[in-house]
Write a protein that binds this ligand. Sequence first.
Ligand SMILES: Nc1nc2c(ncn2[C@@H]2O[C@H](COP(=O)(O)OP(=O)(O)OP(=O)(O)O)[C@@H](O)[C@H]2O)c(=O)[nH]1
Length: 521
Amino acid sequence: MALIFDSLRYRFFLAMSVLLLVAVTSLVLIAHHLAIPALLAEEEVYATAELDRAMRAIGNELGHLSLLNKDWAIWDDSYAFLTGEAGDYLESNVADGLVFEDADLSLLVFLETDGSPHWIAGIDPANQRYTSCPGPTEACTWTAPVLESLQGRIANGLSDETRLWLHAHPQPGLVSVWPIVRSNGAGPAVGWLLMMRPMDTAWLGRVREGFGLALAVEAIASDAPAPRQEIAREGSQTLIALRRVPAAPPGHALELRVELPRHAFRARLDDLRLTLYWVVGLVVLVVVLVLLERMILSPLRQLATFTQHVQQRGDIDPPRSLLQRRDEIGVLARKFQQLLERQRCQTSSLIELSQHDALTGLGNRRLFDHRLEEAIDIANLSGRSVVRLMVDIDHFKAYNDRYGHPAGDKCLKTVAAAMGQHFSLPQQLVARTGGEEFMIILPDTSLEAGSRQAETLRRAIEALALPHAASTASSVITISIGVARYFPGQARDIEGLTRAVDDALYAAKQGGRNRVRREAG
Ligand SMILES: Nc1nc2c(ncn2[C@@H]2O[C@H](COP(=O)(O)OP(=O)(O)OP(=O)(O)O)[C@@H](O)[C@H]2O)c(=O)[nH]1
């Protein structure tokens, strides 16, 4: 299980899944708790504004009715009808009922100044029949609620505010009252004229045409515990805005109902969705890029930088931060480090092999040449001399011939080991530069000191007492040593030093072997 979670692939997929889950959840939460409520609130403001417009339309209609009412009330014929001087007023103007159709009226009420009815005429909403009576009796009882309402207002004193109102019973309608006076304004009012215009289908049609409002009006009981205004939604297409407005008689009210299309809401919702998708999509993209950078690209760059540095300097390791990772990049870095270590090991083995003699383990000529150059450079800098010894085993061919080649090898190893022990300081070097020929570098050593050490070595080899019955120099293995030195300022190069030590060895051999000879002078 731990391995699965260490995997870069699974961690990346897990991070992506969590990210998508968070993105979708945020999208849903933002939409449902912020964006959509804001749009709904905006839609309610729109619905309220439309209801206000409906109220202004009703106010407008009341104004028109009031003008018509005023025309009739200050008409001398109406005045004469109230004073009893126009006997044919009803027959001429009202009795045929056409006035109700032409002026969209449902009721005309003529009152005396004290509020008692003079004449009532109208269209009964229950059966659409024309009725005309001297009071709210018989066929005109349906007018009683309007009459009572009017009489109550007259009793309380009619003003500009109270002479226009909405009526709910027996039918929803607009009501206007004017005092009946002479057209020239002379004399007091002789009564009141009420006009009622029904808020019926025809009237609602005119409102729809004039104001572009899909308005409906319904009479309701005003004591119902309903809010003054209510917004309801019918699916995604239609919004229903309801408003309760006061209307006479007491205990009644009118409910205005405006049907509104929701296309603005739907368009805003589409815009909002698109914006949210873009925002969330961009946020997801940015987070994915950051995750990619942190989880994959940045460590890969580190690894690439490391490999470039390895090309320049082979002795460095991958960054610790990469080695400690438990994912695929960590595995790659650790494998890389293992390969590097193996390569370094192989390289150092190759270097070791290329600079050492396989038989004796001493340095070979390549190492000797390199170390001699170094020693001479150091001597030139320090001003101290370097001594070079050339060692050759005496009569070694005869030894081989006598004891056999394997014994000769063994002898070479023994002599080499002894020389290695003898000159074991770090700056000193013993190298096998030929079959039975050895070179020794003794830095910071004078010719005398070098000669003494050579003599000590010679004795030490002799003291090994390796039998050599075929030697004419001794009964045991012996060596001859040539000694030469290099010192700064000396007009001698490496070749000159080589000649000098070679000559010294030659002199030792010529002198009878088993001896040390140093360069002349
Ligand atoms: N066993 C053995 N013999 C070797 C090896 N390398 C060289 N030799 C032998 O060393 C001998 C060197 O002989 P020479 O150069 O003639 O010299 P020498 O016999 O030592 O005589 P002087 O140097 O004059 O005392 C040769 O017989 C080589 O075959 C080796 O690795 N093993």
